[in-house]
Design a protein around this ligand. Structure first.
Ligand code: MGD
Ligand code: MGD
Ligand code: SF4
Ligand code: MO
Length: 692
């Protein structure tokens, strides 16, 4: 007899940064409905479409269901089914062989956007194996904000959406579509309904921009100049928090002198935002108490990222918005196992010296290797040879800038293992592919280690397909074969227990609670100062000379020169319907967004003879791709906004699913990188378009 629907509480995951509390309806080991949990701490009942159909990911007929070994040429799409024992042993043998020949650092351990606790088990695996090289997208995702925050004010300042504020300033952030790090868009809207004013800094008229009190439509990539313009207005007009600046900042006089050159008029020429609007927005931000600056991923997508993030932390500081409720806070973790202990950082004390990226003089505290430097190591053996790669939760061929270089690097590696749910263009280049269990099919913990002061329970709800294993289990078993078994657990679920034990909880008890949040602690600086070398917010960096960093933020121009052959400016943004390159194979998502759409202004479309729905060739100096025109005045006439993350799961497996055809990163390059984080330019690329 079939059972009644049983409702289980969990948190949404692996669709974006996750976090909405969900009620999942289960019947006969099948998920039959998903809805928002009204008690959800971050969402208060809200869900998006992607969350509601997220169980479709589990039941797709082409999902990977058993381990595979490559039998044809790399990328040719010929596979043999093998057993778990064979897959693990073959991987272990290859990794150990590389270790013996070139040293442990010749193996890169690759992760993508942090999705769950496996992210940290992978770092642990690298540490225990002895490799300092964890390859992550941190160059373009969060590390710049986190690490610049730590250098400037001693912590990563996140917008506090849980307490009332007078104003929200979103800067290159689109929470209604992306729910960045659990900053659920619905909370932004709730705050607006309660009276918070809204300023949006975005080159596109997003849903949020359309509701904003002020919308600053800048040219992509000119954000660093705009931030300096805000500092100029606030300091020149004496709108800063004098008491805070006097007592708790270092280098204000130097900053004040330095920013004189960034008048609103000059900044207006660079950004194309009217000078009066810059003045109005800067005044409004400075005068609102408190104001939360919700900065997004776009601040990280150019070689000028360090200056950009530095200016924004300076803005939060001089307006007195750091560490105040409803401002930008230091989110304290609950009592759980610390990151260093979890990943066994103690086993690799020389990591900072030995990482590939150290060779390039990157900023201290960045503990992952930028993909640009990893590929140089693979292709040129600089600073030493790297020959193996274990990757999970990532699809580098599509997601790393400069896809052609990625292809060459993956082609040249001696050994690649990839753990995936679905065959992707990157997995297609692997020697061994591991099929994984997914959200709802395993016990997991969300939001650990991302600096928002909470962890979220994601209990197992249904069984995975018989031969699909959670990533954590794969690495726990692989770990036993490539290192001392006593460094690993009998059962991988003990990782979950380890994490919550300091809170006096078992994993089961944690699940019953749903989430754990750290204590709210505001204005700790009143007693303790800031955790920087001077004990103050370092508007001017006191350690700049020692670490070869710029003491004050500046704007020296866009990294790509204007080029009359490429008269338009290319940008991108994340779509609400997909997570980066993931899930084009989920039918109900694909119906919503069947093609990669490039947004083109009506004037520009007309000038190029392009109609809505036409196929358009987009070209930069680095490559060309095809997308479908969406004619809209959401963007400026000189700007086009193309879709990210495209490949075609329905495409030819022997051609790696047409990964070149519409993939945005065929248009980007790693020729120029920001020195501090190894960040390439993902936006503001000169481009041209033609009807195809
Ligand atoms: N040009 C350009 N490039 C960008 C960006 C941009 O804005 N512009 N954004 C950048 C950013 S912010 C990031 S974070 C990176 C992200 O880069 P990635 O993390 O590589 O991105 P995803 O597309 O999420 O790739 C994840 C892969 O993980 C798989 N996956 C999903 N769940 C699981 C799981 O539980 N286990 C395993 N083993 N696999 C799973 C999916 O099927 C998918 O193929 O891309 C960056 N690249
Ligand atoms: N639905 C969905 N959700 C996601 C993701 C996804 O792919 N899809 N990805 C996840 C990941 S990995 C991340 S890191 C976060 C990112 O989350 P967000 O930071 O919110 O995402 P983005 O779309 O990269 O950029 C935000 C906004 O910046 C604007 N923008 C583009 N260029 C510029 C610029 O030069 N200056 C300014 N000021 N704005 C600019 C874009 O138009 C966009 O509206 O989202 C996560 N959530
Ligand atoms: S906004 Fe994100 S976390 Fe919330 S339901 Fe949608 S995909 Fe899930
Ligand atoms: Mo990201």
């Amino acid at each position: 007899m079939s059972e009644e629907i049983r409702w289980v509480k969990t948190h949404c995951a692996r669709n974006d940064h996750g976090g909405c509390g969900l009620l999942v309806g289960v019947k006969d080991n099948q998920i039959v409905q998903i809805k928002g949990d009204p008690d959800g701490y971050l969402n208060h009942g809200y869900t998006c479409y992607k969350g509601r159909v997220s169980a479709d990911r589990l039941t797709h007929p082409d999902r990977l269901k058993y381990p595979l070994k490559r039998v044809g040429k790399r990328g040719e799409g010929k596979w043999q089914r093998i057993s778990w024992n064979e897959a693990l042993q073959e991987t272990a043998d290859n990794l150990l062989q590389i270790k013996e020949k070139y040293g442990a650092k010749a193996v890169g351990f690759g992760v993508g956007m942090p999705k769950g606790l496996e992210h940290f088990v992978l770092i642990r695996l690298a540490n225990i194996f002895g490799s300092p090289n964890v390859i992550a997208s941190q160059d373009v995702c969060h590390a710049p904000r986190e690490i610049t925050g730590v250098h400037t004010c001693g912590f990563y300042p996140v917008a506090d959406l849980q307490n009332p504020m007078s104003l929200i300033l979103t800067w290159g952030s689109n929470p209604l579509a992306t729910n960045e790090e659990g900053q659920i868009g619905s909370l932004v809207l709730e705050n607006i309904k309660k009276g918070a004013k809204l300023i949006v800094v975005d080159p596109r008229r997003t849903q949020l921009a359309a509701r904003a009190d002020l919308w600053l439509q800048l040219i992509p990539g000119t954000g660093p100049a705009l931030a300096l313009g805000f500092l100029n207005v606030i300091i020149e007009e004496s709108l800063y928090d004098k008491e805070f600046v006097e007592n708790y900042t270092y280098g204000f006089e130097d900053l004040a002198e330095h920013i004189k050159q960034y008048s609103p008029e000059k900044v207006s020429e660079i950004t194309s935002v009217p000078a009066e609007l810059i003045r109005q927005a800067a005044r409004m931000y400075a005068e609102a108490k408190p104001a939360a600056l919700q900065w997004g991923n776009a601040v990280e997508h150019s070689v000028n990222v360090f200056d950009h993030t530095r200016s924004l932390v300076c803005l939060m500081a001089i307006t007195g918005n750091l560490e105040v409720p409803g401002g930008n806070i230091n989110a304290h973790d609950p009592k759980i196992m610390g990151l260093g202990k979890f990943v066994r950082a103690d086993l690799i004390p020389t990591k900072a010296k030995e990482m590939i990226s150290t060779h390039y003089g990157i900023i201290p505290r960045l503990m992952t290797v930028a993909p640009a430097y990893f590929r140089k190591a693979v292709l040129e053996s600089v600073p030493y040879p790297v020959r193996g790669y274990y990757g999970m939760c990532t699809n580098p061929l599509v997601n790393w800038a400069d896809s052609k270089v990625t292809y060459e690097a993956f082609k040249s590696l001696d050994f690649i293992a990839i753990a995936e749910i679905f065959m992707t263009p990157t997995a297609a280049m692997a020697d061994i592919v591991f099929p994984v269990a997914h959200q709802y099919e395993m016990n997991d913990i969300g939001h650990y280690g991302i600096g928002h002061g909470m962890i979220l329970a994601r209990p197992k709800i249904v069984d995975p397909p018989e031969e699909c294993w959670p990533d954590m289990k794969i690495m726990n078993e692989l770990g036993k074969r490539v290192s001392s078994p006593e460094l690993w657990h009998e059962d991988y679920e003990e990782f979950l227990e380890d994490l919550v034990k300091p809170a006096g909880l078992t994993y089961k008890e944690f699940v019953a609670k749903g989430y754990l949040k750290g204590p709210d602690r505001f204005r700790l600086y009143l007693e303790k100062g800031f955790r920087t070398p001077t004990g103050k917010v370092e508007l001017k960096l006191s350690v700049a000379e020692k670490f070869n960093l710029k003491p004050l933020p500046e704007f020296k121009g866009l990294s790509e020169e204007n080029d009359s052959e490429y008269p338009l400016t290319l940008m991108s943004a994340k779509t609400p319907n997909y997570l980066l390159s993931s899930y084009r194979w989920v039918e109900r998502l694909r119906q919503r967004e069947p093609h990669p759409f490039v947004n083109i202004h009506p004037e520009t479309a007309a000038a190029n003879g392009i109609n809505d729905g036409d196929k358009v060739l987009i070209e930069t100096k680095h490559g060309k791709i095809v997308q479908v025109a969406r004619v809209t005045d959401n963007v400026l006439p000189q700007v086009i906004c193309a879709a990210l993350g495209w490949w075609y799961p329905e495409g030819d497996p022997s051609q790696q699913y047409e990964w070149r055809k519409s993939n945005y990163n065929m248009l980007t390059s790693i020729n120029k990188l920001g020195k501090e984080f190894g960040t390439p330019n993902l936006k503001n690329l000169p481009c041209r378009i033609h009807k195809q």
